[in-house]
Design a binder for this molecule. Structure first.
Ligand SMILES: Nc1ncnc2c1ncn2[C@@H]1O[C@H](COP(=O)(O)OP(=O)(O)OP(=O)(O)O)[C@@H](O)[C@H]1O
Ligand SMILES: [Mg+2]
Length: 270
């Protein structure tokens, strides 16, 4: 596929990784990873189990430190020694487990852990701020005073994303945001991701679901065995993506696609 046929991202580069490697003892989780994310761009990070996706996200959120390589954020070389420094630079992460407090309401959850920037807001201002944030995202949360325990999976994801936007980040990292969701809730969360992108943020989304990836990503970055294994655009075929992810061109998806194209060629020649 020609890269020229795709529009270049117009936003500035928010994040640039060069030569990032990470070893856990004798295990090389990541080797020589390059990655660019622009403002107003959704980059999907895909790869098989163990490919290194979560490790990369943890490096970017300051949970793990890279063994080597460089990180440039908003044009400046940075180090991310701990989660607090990642957050204060403007890198927000929504981890797969969301880490919401079930017994607290939506407002309390959105303001949890805001000690980085103690705004000393009273309950009313917090509620107004939570409403404003959720309505800017056109989020479907009927009552912000409801406990998170009573929300659907999609609504919880929405609360977690809204919370991560509170400190006005420039980059947001989403680890499997649609993994546990049904069809309608997935569509809602994908819409939400588009609105986050429309606010001008860079978005990195990990997903195993190629349909979701294609629906929302501007670029698809494949990792395989801890290395870069291709950059694709949403019009890539399933067969192309699957073979980059698995390293095999002879798999059931490509065989099926091959059969389909042979059949359609036979059909047109009739
Ligand atoms: N804390 C750790 N200690 C040792 N090895 C680790 C650690 N974290 C990850 N690894 C190893 O690094 C490699 C990449 O793991 P990672 O969790 O990043 O993969 P992933 O792409 O997120 O996979 P999945 O799709 O299953 O979530 C694996 O071989 C894993 O066993
Ligand atoms: Mg993972």
């Amino acid at each position: 596929m020609s890269v020229d046929s795709h529009p270049s991202p117009t936003g500035e580069i928010v994040l640039s990784l060069r030569g990032i490697s990470k070893n856990f003892g004798a295990v090389s989780a990541l080797t020589d990873i390059d990655l660019d994310v622009h403002a107003g761009e959704v980059v999907a990070l895909v790869g098989d189990n163990g490919a290194g996706k979560s490790t990369l996200v943890k490096i970017l959120s300051g949970v793990h430190q890279a063994s080597s390589g460089s990180i440039t954020f908003q044009g400046k070389p940075v180090t991310l020694p701990d989660p607090k420094s990642a957050l204060s630079l403007g890198i927000a992460t929504v981890f797969q487990d969301l880490a919401l407090c079930e017994n607290l309401d939506v407002v309390a959850n959105i303001f949890l852990g805001k000690e980085l920037n103690p705004m000393r807001l009273d309950e009313v201002s917090m509620e107004v701020r939570a409403w404003t944030l959720l309505s800017e995202l056109s989020a479907r949360i009927p009552n912000v005073r409801e406990a998170v325990a009573s929300l659907s999976g999609g609504q919880r994801q929405t609360v977690a994303i809204a919370r991560s936007l509170l400190l006005d980040p420039k980059l947001i990292l989403l680890d499997e945001p649609t993994a546990a969701l049904g069809v309608a809730q997935t569509a809602e969360v994908l819409d939400l991701i588009e609105r986050v992108r429309d606010r001008g943020l860079g978005v990195v989304m990990i997903s195993h679901n190629m349909e979701d990836v294609r629906a929302v990503a501007d670029r698809i970055v494949v990792l395989r065995l801890g290395r870069n294994n291709g950059i694709f655009y949403p019009d890539a075929s399933n067969a192309e993506l699957v073979s980059a992810i698995t390293g095999a061109s002879n798999n059931s998806v490509s065989r099926r696609a091959g059969r389909r194209s042979t059949q359609s060629q036979a059909g047109t020649s009739l």
